[in-house]
Design a protein around this ligand. Sequence first.
Ligand code: FAD
Ligand code: MLT
Ligand code: ZN
Length: 467
Amino acid sequence: MLETLRSAFAGRLLLDDAEKAPYLTDWRSKWTGRALAVVQPDSAADVAAVVRWCIANDAVVVPQGGNTGMSGAATPDDSGRAVVVSLARMNRIRDLDAINNTMTVEAGCVLQSIQEEAERNDRLFPLSLSAEGSCMIGGNLSTNAGGVGVLRFGNARDLCLGLEVVTAEGEIWNGLRGLRKDNSGYDLRDLFIGAEGTLGIITAATLKLFPLPRARLCAWASVANVDDALAILALAQQKIGARLTAFELMSNNCVDLLLEQFPALRWPTSERSAWYVLLEVSDPDGDIEANAALESVLELAFEKSLLSDATIATNLSQTHEFWALRENMGEAQVKAGKNIKHDISVPISKFPSFIAATNALIESQFSDARMIVFGHLGDGNLHYNVSPKTGATGERFTQIEPAINRIVHDAVDACGGSISAEHGLGVLRRNEALRYKSDVEMKLQRAIKHALDPRGIMNPGKGMGAV
Ligand code: FAD
Ligand code: MLT
Ligand code: ZN
């Protein structure tokens, strides 16, 4: 059965269990599946040939990029019918048009390599997340990744102008248009973005570039509550506008967890408080201007008693140190063991009451719960996570996970929010999504899946493709 693939993909077809293993488990080892084979195409034509082979042989396709996803969407199921299509070898930069401010890259380009190529050309590609050294642009677009620059530049969808896609029929659609305006039909690009590989395989993308800022500077501030954090956000937006590129929040419990897992890290503010914000300013004019902008916001916030303490990074290396504190939160939780993750969004004005009411409800029902709340406050997206207190077991947390999910997601729904802001539904949230979407919305979602993948061969069991 595999003979045709074997001859077409000699040296790029993994059949041996040990060779396949890294592609069959996600990075947190939360999900594991089986596959007929892992194939490593070099071109869109190769990808199309694999899809046609799957159609002819009753197999299914699981696209995979850097395998850093949070929702189990890149891991095949247990059926053993899957061919995992790893895009890693498709890592060429096809074109950079400095006048049009666009860059066309293959799906397997690692995000950091795209940022670096843009920088070599005095441009910025602003998508930025802690996994940028290993996640790939095809995966970023398929999850519609967010990260830490959304406040200023938007999420992956907002940064993509065109796509090349291999369809579920095994055909190649070339939609690599570098246009900022195009109203010539339904937006196919937007269907494939955020589809978690359930509608087609992205093989290349045309991305937006921006002028490279001359300075990046950040500050940590200690705040008493989330209302004050939001007031500082409003102040910063009013005073420095688009130069404010990130606004992240962390609770004191997060700092405890971070320092427990990474004792070598130093906390930048002298005294501890209930909450902290990390603000970043990117200035086209340079360091002095960035520093003045940050100082003016922090001084005003101090005068209004919105913060008790603040520290500005004095140079780029300190900026990196400050960011490391925020970026190591994901890793700290993995090292700490069992953790119930939520990736929620609500209108930012509702966060103070959402957090107060939901913390109180969880803590009253589960006295061994430790709230680990951090994330992209400026985007209205928090990782509202729950960890066991010292002494509580991982097994107990596995048992109470559905009840905790229900409390959190019902509260999110009551605020008009979303149960997946940036990580996608994958297998983690696909069933819960049904509870919160209307019949009309589900009918439309299913109609799209059926129209683009009538055989159901694209990443079955994941996201909206599964329900
Ligand atoms: P994979 O994990 O390989 O795949 C993810 C999904 O995309 C799967 O459904 C897969 O089938 C599909 N897919 C992959 N490539 C293609 C393709 N070419 N065509 C079609 N479908 C495809 N995410 C955020 O949004 N914001 C964050 O701040 C953030 N921080 C993170 C921090 C850490 C430390 C880690 C480990 C992860 C973080 N993530 C974050 C999650 C993850 O990095 C992103 O979801 C990322 O976009 C996934 O890219 P990937 O290449 O690893 O995709
Ligand atoms: C982050 O913002 O750090 C990520 O989305 C990772 C996480 O949720 O742990
Ligand atoms: Zn995040």
